[in-house]
Design a protein around this ligand. Structure first.
Ligand SMILES: C=C(O[C@H]1C=CC=C(C(=O)O)[C@@H]1O)C(=O)O
Ligand SMILES: [Mg+2]
Length: 471
């Protein structure tokens, strides 16, 4: 249901919040209640500062894309869209979003990332296993329309506020909320020190891992499965509460080429710095990425180049990667007019590891929404396996914990159904002074349990580093 060309005409940045409200109230003749999305340019604050300064105002969200030209921070939930029982979770969110947009007075022009934006994600499986309380604050999907949102887009900064108005609403009171919010944002920031790591408790011993991996490899050799991605988790305890803003700051600093995301749910926060795009939709352009196959970074430049060369020429890693390329090709094919996928991968370098990477660009046919594409693509064989159903069954039965939102889609979408979703890996769930971290690896017929264990060890480093735990 994408409207072509976006919502475009009047320049929001030139219309005061008062005038935006007056324009919206004109529609109250036809409706008793209206949703408004008020946007005002604001220059003196970054998304990270907004995140820090709104700590006491409600649950927060944060998003940065790999280039950093789009950063969003939000606080409070004006709406929380969760899948309705028994419905397809992506379809259910889409229907609720369309219903909201029907009642929303939209600005005639919107800058990407401002105005009504849903931010959130979905669990890896289509359900959350509530027998374990790790993920009790998280549903199988939740997209949030923040009360307040600060967007940094191509060097410009905007404040968006969502509210419901009816004929009894005092328009001045709503406009004054901007003044109040700006007062909160002008207060100085208290820097918080990162806590010290006290213990790291890998509930999954190496023996457990080896048994699980051997079972997966045997299943693959018996041809009941081609590839399965298996993960482990580790609990890290710190000496005091983990300050989220400082962790985000370190992620932005150190994890280049990565998305940075946070979603707070009361005392819990799901946070990560992932390199893996699932899908981006902008008008009729689609971008996706195949990212699978891993090695470490070298200590010297020569060493690094050698590792990259070995990765590019390693049969096992190329096979692991190729399952992802084939699957993404097949999944997007029905939705696109044409696509471009290079035949050979290149190296995607990160701070502590490097991956095989094949970019996907395509021109969409008119009728696909980003949520449909997320549904089709998730999970790719970089997170699930091949064939998908069998791999998911193997993970569900054999992995000794619930993945929750780890490896699920996380991202945003707007009123045109343009948006971007990443895959929530290199991530963890933070509660007070505890972080539960997750890392997985693609298992194929030539996998070696020891080497895969080492691969997951280096995949914990980005999160440990951000938490200050690797010095
Ligand atoms: C599942 C994870 O990584 C995936 C993404 C890139 C490379 C991968 C690999 O080489 O195994 C994994 O498929 C993770 O980091 O937890
Ligand atoms: Mg791998």
């Amino acid at each position: 249901m994408r409207t072509s060309g976006g919502i475009c005409m009047i320049q929001t940045e030139k219309i005061s919040v008062h005038d935006q409200l007056h324009q919206a109230t004109a529609n109250l003749i036809n409706q008793t209640q209206i949703e408004v999305s008020l946007v005002e340019p604001i220059n003196e604050i970054s998304a990270l500062e907004f995140f820090k300064k709104t700590q006491l105002l409600g649950d927060r969200i944060f998003w940065k894309n790999p280039t950093g030209d789009m950063q969003i921070a939000g606080v409070g939930a004006h709406k929380r869209l969760k899948p309705k029982n028994g419905e397809d979770r992506f379809q259910s969110i889409r229907e609720q979003w369309e219903a909201y947009l029907e009642t929303c007075s939209l600005p005639d022009e919107s800058v990407t990332g401002t105005g009504p934006i849903l931010f959130g994600g979905f669990s890896f499986m289509d359900h959350i296993d509530q027998t374990d309380d790790t993920w009790e604050a998280f549903a199988s999907g939740e997209m949030i329309l923040a009360k307040w949102m600060l967007t940094e887009q191509d060097g410009q900064t905007y404040l968006t506020h969502h509210a419901t108005i009816d004929e009894t609403t005092n328009v001045n009171e709503i406009a004054n909320r901007f003044t109040e919010m700006k007062k909160v944002l002008s207060k100085p920031i208290m820097e918080e020190a990162l806590p010290k790591m006290q213990s790291m408790n890998d509930q999954f011993t190496y023996e457990h891992w080896e048994t699980l991996l051997n079972e997966a490899i045997d299943t693959i050799r018996e041809q009941a499965l081609e590839k399965v991605v298996l993960a482990r988790k580790t609990d890290v305890l710190f000496d005091h509460k983990i300050p989220l803003a400082e962790v985000i700051e370190r992620m932005i600093d150190k994890q280049t080429n990565s998305y940075v995301f946070v979603i707070e749910q009361e005392n819990d926060a799901f946070i990560g710095a992932t390199p893996e795009r699932l899908v981006q939709v902008k008008g009729n352009e689609l971008l996706s990425a195949c990212l699978a196959g891993t090695t470490a970074r070298g200590k010297t430049e020569d060493d690094d180049e050698m590792l990259a060369w070995q990765l590019l020429n390693d049969k096992k890693n190329r096979e692991e990667h190729d399952y992802v390329v084939q699957m993404i090709k097949q999944s997007v094919a029905p939705y696109v007019e044409s696509f471009d996928i290079p035949d050979t991968p290149v190296i995607y370098p990160l701070k502590s590891l490097q991956h095989l990477f094949t970019p996907v660009t395509a021109t969409l046919k008119n009728d696909a929404t980003i949520l449909e594409l997320v549904k089709q693509l998730h999970p790719t064989p970089a997170l699930g396996g091949e064939p998908r159903d069998k791999a998911l069954q193997f993970i569900d039965e054999k992995e000794p914990f619930d993945r929750g939102w780890y490896a699920g889609p996380i991202g945003w979408l707007d009123a045109n159904f343009d948006g971007e979703f990443a895959v929530a890996i290199r991530s963890g769930l933070i509660t007070e002074n505890q972080a539960t971290l997750f890392a997985g690896c693609g298992v194929v017929k030539d996998s070696d349990p020891q080497a895969e264990y080492e691969e997951t060890r280096i995949k914990f480093i980005p999160m440990l580093d951000a938490l200050g735990g690797t010095q």
